[in-house]
Design a protein around this ligand. Structure first.
Ligand code: ADP
Ligand code: MG
Length: 195
């Protein structure tokens, strides 16, 4: 690559594409990831009011993801890796108008998976953090304050040639997150009950 090409790349903020998800990766994914006790840079706390995204995550993939506002992302900036993370999240019962609209079981500390990246599948240009909470909510919670504590890293951001491959990996991510959080040092944080 010439100097000129490098400069042009920087100028247009081009990123190299995420690597392709391979069959070898699919077959070799561990069920539990990360250390038995969260290690630096974790835990990382994030919070903000849930934003509308492009409305694609949930409908397309059977996995709704609550988007954090861009201003809430700086705490993740010392984490250079884009990819999928595990941790806990908690949604406020109050909507933007200050009305209490979510019930108790929707607002406890819940396990989550977070995708940090440029969403190669959708050719997104903007860095985003999207959180899928492993819980069946009775309604949407746009505008509600959401707190998250990121505790570990699951896998890098990948590129997919099929929707089925992406959906399969998301299902594995959820299982890996639940199993990784089912360790005493992680459960302590969940049991503390408030993020
Ligand atoms: P958007 O592109 O607007 O983020 P999604 O299809 O990803 O649309 O849906 C996300 C929204 O779904 C969240 O903002 C939240 O209000 C709602 N939601 C319902 N259940 C969940 C869940 N288990 N995890 C995350 N968000 C959920
Ligand atoms: Mg979403």
């Amino acid at each position: 690559m010439t100097m000129l090409e490098t400069a042009a790349e920087l100028a247009t903020h081009e990123r190299p594409p995420a690597p392709l998800r391979t069959e070898k990766f699919r077959q070799s994914r561990p069920e539990v990831v990360g250390p038995d006790c969260p290690e630096p840079p974790f835990p990382i706390s994030l919070s903000g009011a849930v934003r509308k995204g492009f409305g694609r995550g949930g409908k397309d993939l059977g996995c709704p993801t609550a988007n954090l506002p861009d201003e809430s992302l700086p705490p993740m900036s010392n984490v250079t890796q884009t990819g999928v993370y595990y941790g806990y999240a908690q949604v406020s019962p109050y909507n933007k108008e200050g009305q209490k609209v979510l019930s108790e079981d929707d607002t406890v500390v819940l396990p989550m998976v977070m995708s940090l990246g440029y969403n190669p599948f959708y050719k997104n240009q903007q860095l985003t953090a999207e959180i899928h909470i492993m819980h069946n909510f009775k309604s949407d919670f746009y505008g509600h304050e959401m707190r998250a504590i990121v505790l570990g890293y699951i896998r890098p951001e990948l590129n997919y040639t099929s929707r089925e491959g992406l959906i399969e990996d998301i299902e594995t991510d959820k299982r890996v997150a639940l199993k990784s959080l089912a360790r005493p040092e992680y459960e302590k944080i969940e049991k503390a009950d408030v993020l």
